[in-house]
Design a protein around this ligand. Sequence first.
Ligand code: PPE
Length: 305
Amino acid sequence: MPIEEARYIWMDGKLVPWREARIHILSHVIHYGSGVFEGMRCYKTDRGPAIFRLEDHIERLFYSAKVYMMEIPFSKEGLVEACKEVVRANGLEDCYIRPLVYRGYGEMGVNPLKCPVRVAIAAWPWGAYLGEALEKGARVVISTWRRICGDVLPPTAKACGHYTNSQLAKMEAVLGGYDEALMLDINGYVSEGSGENFFMVKDGIIITPPPEASILLGITRDTVIRLARDLGYTVVERFISRAEVYGADECFFTGTAAEITPIVEVDGRRIGDGKPGPITRELQAKYFDVVRGRDERYMHWLAFV
Ligand code: PPE
């Protein structure tokens, strides 16, 4: 999907015209993946555009930066405000927002500590992450690449360099004719997709891998767990084996970009009847109501720009 350009990108406190938002080729991040980032969505609501769980995303950005010992030269409140400003300045309603904290130009060599920490925030319209799979369901394959494990790279931090692992899995899946990869953790339990968390449904119970399965603690995952429990479902966080997935009644991915995307096939095995399942559909509909400000009970998750 080519990027749909907007007008301005926020860089270190200033709005810069889209095409002038550049950095030096010898910036540390380009060579060593030394950056952390977030992805948020802003949705059009009856009361104007609202960013979903903005403060939680900024909180995770600061956590990721802490793991990599990056001192962000702005306050949390400052970046919350900057995200809103980017949406407003670009005149956007439904859009994706990408804050990026990175090691800039200063020194070469692995040691990042002397490189300046810079911040950029971009926003642009971004449609369905997995295309028509949002409606029809995704065809998924288990990756031959294992998900990074915590004593190699910390999966709970959303760091640029971690996505080389995701890219290997994604390329393999796409070139194999699938929509997305599902990665196993180092012990062979189901972990997550290249950019999404994983859920399955069996006998009415909703099951998702625990934090110990090398997952990013997804904010959409947390949202779905809470919405499902509020709807009266039992949600269990536990290890899931590969073959167990084949026998699931329903499966789906969650993520800011992917939203709630049903999964209808894994490793050539049809999931349920091969169509998005009823609980998946119910949660998807609820999720879209919540992010679009159509459910008063969850308005506290919306940050109006
Ligand atoms: N796991 C991974 C590896 C991941 O990248 C994401 C988000 C999630 C789980 C779900 O997290 P959350 O968005 O908080 O529910 N992936 C982001 C980036 C995707 C991209 O291709 O870039 C996203 O969805 O914004």
